[in-house]
Design a protein around this ligand. Sequence first.
Ligand code: UTP
Length: 297
Amino acid sequence: MAFRLSKAVIPAAGLGTRFLPATKAMPKEMLPVVDKPAIQYVVEEAVAAGLTDVLMITGRNKNALENHFDRVAELETTLEKKGDTDKLQKVNFSTDLADMHYVRQGDPKGLGHAVLRARMHVGREPFAVLLGDDIIDHRDVLLSRMIEVQEQRHASVVALLEVDPSVAHMYGIATVEATDEEDVVKINGLVEKPSPGTAPSNLAIIGRYVLRPEVFDVLETTAPGKGGEIQLTDALQEMANGPSWTGGVYGVVFRGRRYDTGDRLDYIKAIVQLAVEREDLGPELRPWLRDFAADLD
Ligand code: UTP
């Protein structure tokens, strides 16, 4: 029987400096997007793609992450006594969502360094990496498609999104060639945060990866890159051009809805976008937003 990918790694050990002071004592992954912490959307996405074994890479100030996916006995008892089954269900949902594991990164030396901390847990299997900064709309398929492409091509797979050239310097950017599948490209080169005006394309890596375990061997020897951090993009660049044992890298071009919660302005936009579509909030929020926008001028 074919091997089914089952492990997801979620790096959540970054310092979240763009959200200070909110992130002084609280992880940025716990910031609420409407009424759920950003990290819960990401874990739900992994589980929906069949990845129920979740390893989170955490660091200092990250206890809230573990607590969120654990039981809170006194809260459960209080809600039970009140007969508030609706709220009790919401509490239990995140507790029972996945088989959660945690490992600390120590010093936040970069995304590549964080991923390398997953080596023992993952072993020699392909695995997914999901970043909490990107929320993919649950109605659009991305991760399952990436897993499918990984299984067919036996390569590592990144998610790509067409971005405006003016923001390309904020992403890892790919040089690609077409394949026989419309949404799949072969990656020939990757560059992390190219200087403005030098990006080789407008295809940016977004925070979803399905990787071969050989990435760990490459990361072991990846030198610090942009910002003095060990960059996952640099390791993938080596795999895209490197020796055949690394398996090569493909990209799945995503054309669905993605909400960027990594910086403050995009975070605010993400909350508004998701809230207007909610059945419980949208009907009241939409007319209010229209009036508010009309008054702005
Ligand atoms: P970011 O660069 O967006 O996160 O990393 P950050 O460093 O926390 O953010 P700012 O720029 O200071 O505001 C992308 C993802 O990689 C994780 C982060 O937690 C985030 O999910 N990461 C980054 C780590 O786990 N460890 C690191 O050393 C760096």
